[in-house]
Design a protein around this ligand. Structure first.
Ligand SMILES: *Cc1c(COP(=O)(O)O)cnc(C)c1O
Length: 390
């Protein structure tokens, strides 16, 4: 008999009852060190007192109003995002998937608005993940996500990730947009180099194609910069953000330049919940904390510490690990064992990690993880890897 919850997930037999900073705690009091953070969501850890206070205060005031009214909390969060990014304008969603949908719609609408309605092809990349809507699965085009769900939305073409020659050959003045993660998350913590990202931007500039960056996983301070593309010194035309932006409250956003958003006039898009006062109050608090240069400098410092110790871990377990990769606190351990085995061995040591494609174990801790917890994390990963040593 089918479970009452649709069985689309492979779940581990663990349930958490509460959390405290970088720790998730079961009902019987067992403490797990959380290096997954709800998949890069809990950027300020669990039960962060500032976020709890902000949410509670707003919850006692007003939770939800329709977007047919002005929402000051939404305007405030949009102001913060515009102030700290390339963007001129922001639309709020509840998730990364919805942000992907709008990014796709906005790019197509741009060309329609420019009098080129046939300019619909969006170039995307193998190993990409943009969400689970029909548009987002068509964009990523991975076999496991699209099989049986056809016909797919037309207009996407997948290229090998990081293959600049393939991009150069595929892009033209008929291309609508290029949509790419600066660092692939689900794909296995696979970064583009700064040079590659600059080249992608350059090819978009030459052809007029819009550059859509998916920073749902790598954005919001995860890399030690507020947004990952800042390292390359380029800016996109459209960007998707979600995961970390609400610190655990479901929230997403599409950021865009005025030019890219030119077609999105009243009536062209909307959402019932997107940008509600509760989500935006929490999001503004997250932004206020995470966009602080001192906070971001701490992320980079801790990332350096973590990475150095992970290099030691890889050296100590050459039969389990191959290398460390990633940027900031978006780290991957390329494994020689199945990453799922390492996840389970971690559970035995009460440390939470996440498997990704390309045989990679993902480490995405809260951005405010303490130095002590980083040391503890590496000690636990060391014991977990030890249990898998040949
Ligand atoms: C998680 C993710 C998404 C989808 O976000 P949801 O909130 O799960 O809809 C899209 N893009 C990237 C890069 C992601 O990591």
């Amino acid at each position: 008999m089918i479970s009452h919850v649709l069985p689309t997930y492979n779940r581990f037999p663990i349930a958490f009852d509460r959390g405290e900073g970088s720790w998730a705690i079961t009902a019987d009091g067992t403490r797990y060190l959380d290096l997954g953070a709800g998949i890069a969501v809990n950027v300020l850890g669990h039960a962060n007192p500032d976020l709890v206070a902000t949410l509670t205060e707003q919850a006692g005031r007003i939770w939800h109003v329709s977007n047919i009214y002005n929402i000051p909390q939404q305007e405030h969060l949009a102001d913060l995002l515009v102030e700290h990014s390339f963007a001129d304008t922001v639309f709020f969603t509840n998730s990364g998937t919805e942000a992907a949908e709008l990014a796709i719609k906005m790019a197509r609408k741009y060309w329609d608005h420019e009098g080129q309605p046939d300019r619909i092809e969006i170039l995307t990349f193998e190993g990409a993940f943009h969400g689970r809507s029909t548009g987002a699965i068509a964009a990523a085009g991975s076999e496991k996500m699209v099989k049986g769900f056809g016909p797919l939305m037309p207009g996407f073409r997948q290229l090998p990730f990081g293959d600049m020659a393939a991009l150069k050959a595929a892009i033209s003045d008929k291309t609508c947009a290029v949509m790419i993660e600066p660092i692939q998350g689900e794909g296995g913590i696979r970064p583009l180099t700064d040079d590659e990202l600059r080249e992608v931007r350059g090819l978009c500039d030459q052809t007029g194609a819009l550059l859509i960056l998916d920073e749902v996983q790598c954005g919001m301070g995860r890399t030690g910069r507020l947004f990952a593309h800042e390292f390359a010194g380029i800016t996109p035309d459209i960007m998707m953000v979600a995961k970390g932006i609400g610190g655990g409250f479901p929230l997403g956003a599409v950021l865009a330049t005025e030019k890219a958003a030119a077609g999105m006039v009243a009536g062209t898009h909307g959402s019932t919940y997107g940008g509600n006062p509760l989500g935006c109050a929490v999001g503004a608090k997250v932004m206020q904390i995470v966009s602080d240069p001192a906070f971001l400098a701490e992320v980079s410092r801790k990332a350096g510490l973590f990475r150095q110790r992970l290099e030691g871990l890889v050296a100590a377990h050459p039969e389990v690990f191959e290398s460390v990769r990633g940027q900031g606190l978006m780290l991957g351990l390329k494994c020689k064992v199945a990453p799922g085995d390492m996840v389970k061995a971690g559970h035995d040591q009460h440390v939470l990690t996440i498997a990704a494609a390309d045989n990679t174990l993902r480490l995405l801790p809260p951005l405010n993880i303490s130095d002590e917890d980083i040391a503890e994390a590496v000690a636990r990963l060391d014991r977990a890897a030890g249990s898998l040593d040949g």
